[in-house]
Design a binder for this molecule. Structure first.
Ligand code: GTP
Ligand code: MG
Length: 249
């Protein structure tokens, strides 16, 4: 394929996030333009081709498929399995997909108040952000700063945390994970000023900072945004996520 000059790969948007977050449901919603279909636990990745417009009448809605009033950009939306045992499949997509323009990390906002959901969700997000940070600071030809949308799903459920709390819960948990993953380093008695660049490379966000914030990813030109929505209901729906994607492809 790489030898073909006429074949161009469309930009990709990766759907990542833990199992049961609603990734496959969101993909079917965008694909159909209406009700999402029933889903099963995904075991493989699956991509579909979509068109988004930033200049049509219905530009901010995923229901703009039939809208002929604007220029549409073709892109691939890539669904991945969220199950922890299949993490290599999802991370492999992240590492190998050509022309990844954005990552949508879907979370179940209705379950994120529970530590048993928050901990694995944040651990996965940590790995994704650290991978992207390394990619942004690499010197190779695939150096890139890929923006991340944290899509807080299931806002229709009464247990759903609002976007601001999804953000702070995740930041707090990411701070905890960062501290525990760097514990070996801190325990060795090496002061922050003495560590080499290799240790710094393994540290997520602003080096040596006490608390992790998504804003710190800005140091690597990685924009992280948290937006609330719902796949199964019209309100708040998925239009905000679509518009975020449309502006980045
Ligand atoms: P894996 O394939 O295991 O990684 O999960 P997934 O992220 O693809 O989740 P999936 O799309 O299969 O959705 C999981 C469950 O959440 C399904 O029963 C969906 O119907 C439900 N779901 C998805 N979005 C919403 C939502 O906005 N609100 C509510 N209440 N349920 C939702
Ligand atoms: Mg799925």
């Amino acid at each position: 394929l790489s030898s073909s000059s006429t074949y161009t790969v469309p930009p990709s948007v990766l759907l990542l996030g833990p199992d049961n977050a609603g990734k496959t449901a969101l993909l079917t919603l965008f694909e159909r333009g209406a009700k999402p279909s029933a889903t099963h636990t995904s075991q493989v990745s699956h991509s579909i081709e979509l068109n988004a417009s930033t200049d049509s009448v219905t530009k901010a809605s995923f229901r703009n498929h039939d809208d002929a009033t604007g220029t549409h950009t073709k892109f691939l939306l890539v669904d991945t399995p969220g199950h922890g045992k299949l993490r290599n499949v999802a991370m492999g997509k992240l590492a190998r997909t050509e022309k990844t323009k954005a990552v949508v990390f879907l979370v179940d906002a209705a379950a994120l108040g529970e530590q048993e959901t928050l901990a694995p969700t944040a651990a996965y997000l940590y790995d994704v952000l650290l991978f992207l940070q390394k990619k942004a600071t690499s010197k190779g030809k695939d150096k890139a700063s890929i923006p991340v949308l944290i899509a807080a799903n299931k806002m229709d459920l009464f247990t759903a945390l609002p976007a601001t709390m999804v953000k702070t819960h995740l930041e707090t948990e990411l701070t905890r994970i960062r501290a525990s993953r760097s514990k070996g380093l801190l325990d060795s008695g090496v002061g922050i000023d003495d560590v080499g660049s290799e240790e710094q490379d393994g540290w997520l966000g602003e080096y040596g900072s006490e608390k992790f914030t998504f804003q710190q990813m800005g140091e690597f030109d990685i924009d992280v945004e948290v937006l609330a929505g719902s796949v199964l209901t019209e309100e708040p729906g998925a239009d905000k996520w679509w518009w975020w994607i449309a502006q980045r492809i």
